[in-house]
Write a protein that binds this ligand. Structure first.
Ligand SMILES: [Zn+2]
Length: 254
């Protein structure tokens, strides 16, 4: 079984002691590609460095809502020139922690959406307790490729995302709250979802509580397979195809 971890933060300090080993182990255990995600200038640059060091790692660059107050448009534009940058992200709104003021979060989210549209790049959305504002901003600009990473909404919100032509990425939290996500997963069309760890966070069962690793995507795939009554292999194939297409990965390889 081969699969893609579409959202990891392997540059974080949690991996300082054994990063190379963690990455090599992932690729030996089913992981085909990893997309490493930035959350501000420093972590976006670190994501690019990882993508330069490893053939099978790609980068997303952007300012997370927590870091919206440090946004530098010029720096974002510079980073988007690197070949293995496959998306703008993670960007969005976070009204749970409100580490940047709401008005700044919104303005920086909108700026980054416009840049992604200009550069024809997909957008990775972080949305925490901000469903309505995230949706209304996205509807205003109508970007073509959007994924809601670590989806945390309800069934109706999931339907809205699908109706707009967008995508949902499932994380380890579906293995803790299976009931809550059951009907969303059961009904999501085959071509609209993929999978991610959000490592080092949100480690799936049976490793919940430990540091996350990209190969643990397997447990998220198994949970989806059970709910959709398909084989894990089928879900691995579908999610691999969906994410390769969404992030135009094959184009970034040649
Ligand atoms: Zn993340």
């Amino acid at each position: 079984m081969k699969f893609i971890d579409t959202h990891a933060h392997l540059n974080f300090k949690d991996y300082d002691k054994d990063r190379d080993d963690v990455i090599k182990t992932a690729f030996k255990n089913g992981v085909k590609y990893i997309i490493n995600i930035g959350t501000d200038l420093k972590t976006s640059q670190e994501s690019i460095l990882l993508s330069q060091k490893y053939d099978k790692i790609f980068a997303a660059v952007g300012w997370h809502p927590h870091d919206a107050k440090t946004f530098e448009e010029n720096e974002l534009l510079k980073m988007l020139e690197f070949k293995k940058v496959v998306a703008v992200g993670e960007i969005g709104l976070d009204y749970y922690r409100n580490l940047s003021p709401k008005n700044i979060q919104k303005a920086v989210f909108e700026q980054q959406i416009q840049i992604a549209i200009n550069k024809k790049l997909p957008i990775i959305v972080h949305d925490r307790n901000a469903h309505n504002d995230v949706l209304s901003i996205l509807k205003k600009y109508q970007p073509e490729k959007v994924v809601f990473h670590c989806f945390s909404g309800d069934y109706i919100f999931a339907q809205e995302i699908i109706e707009n032509g967008w995508f949902i990425s499932f994380t380890g939290n579906i293995t803790y709250k299976r009931g809550e996500y059951y009907s969303i997963i059961k009904d999501i069309p085959q071509d609209r979802f993929f999978v991610e760890t959000d490592a080092p966070f949100l480690t799936p069962k049976p490793f919940r509580g430990k540091r996350n690793r990209s190969e643990y995507v397997r447990y998220i795939i198994e949970t989806i397979a059970e709910i959709k009554q398909q084989t894990p292999n089928e879900i691995a194939e579908i999610t691999t195809q969906n994410s390769e297409k969404f992030f135009s990965i094959t184009k970034k390889l040649d």
